[in-house]
Design a protein around this ligand. Structure first.
Ligand SMILES: [Zn+2]
Length: 245
């Protein structure tokens, strides 16, 4: 019996150009999560399914996150076909992806969101995945840049979009805003958002809606930030004392 490969191709119909295209998926038995960072960045034992989340139609250039690939509207179709006409090099995006290929694919999705005027939450999600890919590569400057973009988009989504439990709920949104602020060094802003989340979680209408993990993480991160601020002050005082002595 041939050995089972971690990835396989599946045929889907592009909702923009109606052509049949191949997308690559990861077999669930090969998806073994080892750990997750506080901003949900996952680490896997073998194949990383994040690499395969950006689906691209090699024929017309339409691209989206796999979970919303089929949601293209008539306006999306028009925008993609009008704006990519004559510019798109037809090519195949199926097959194995490394970090570099995954980054290329997510950047095509990001460009697509720009020409389609995508939702803030979708922009936020894609920028966060690009930040994670740079984290895997150890490229902090690029990671920081995309964490900052993602933070801005999550804040716009929080105030400007109707957040539902289906995709992004308001509690997870508050948590991720706090965590992204913390990661880029905005500790005060992070404390505000974690505090906001904790206050919201005790409202009667929040009962049963707040994922316990994010609440626990928020409490732990508040503690960590406060400790870090305390240590910073201590270090500042010590270096101040040294200078004056
Ligand atoms: Zn297409």
């Amino acid at each position: 019996m041939p050995e089972l490969e971690p990835i396989y191709n599946s045929t889907v119909t592009c909702p923009v150009c109606d052509k049949q295209i191949k997308v690559t998926k990861v077999r669930s038995k090969f998806v073994k999560l080892i750990k997750q960072d506080e901003d949900f960045c996952p680490y896997y034992e073998q194949t990383n399914p994040i690499f395969y989340e950006a689906w691209i139609c090699g024929n017309c250039g339409y691209a989206a996150h796999s979970t919303v690939f089929n949601d293209a509207t008539g306006n999306d179709q028009k925008a993609v076909l009008d704006k990519l006409k004559g510019k798109w090099n037809k090519r195949d995006f199926s097959g194995e992806r490394d970090i570099a290929k995954a980054l290329e694919a997510f950047k095509i999705v990001l460009y697509n969101l720009q020409i389609r005027s995508g939702s803030f939450s979708e922009f936020a999600k894609i920028c966060l995945r690009i930040a994670w890919l740079y984290r895997y590569k150890g490229e902090w400057v690029n990671e920081y840049k995309f964490l900052s973009f993602s933070l801005d988009y999550y804040k716009k989504a929080f105030t400007g979009e109707h957040l539902t439990n289906g995709k992004l709920d308001e509690y997870t949104c508050m948590y991720i805003i706090g965590e992204l602020a913390r990661r880029i060094g905005n500790n005060e802003e992070a404390l505000q958002w974690f505090g906001k989340l904790i206050s919201a979680s005790i409202r009667p209408d929040a009962k049963g809606k707040v994922p316990p993990l994010i609440l626990e993480n928020a409490h732990n991160l508040i503690y960590d930030i406060k400790e870090a601020i305390k240590n910073e002050k201590k270090n500042d005082q010590e270096s101040g004392n040294k200078k004056t002595s």
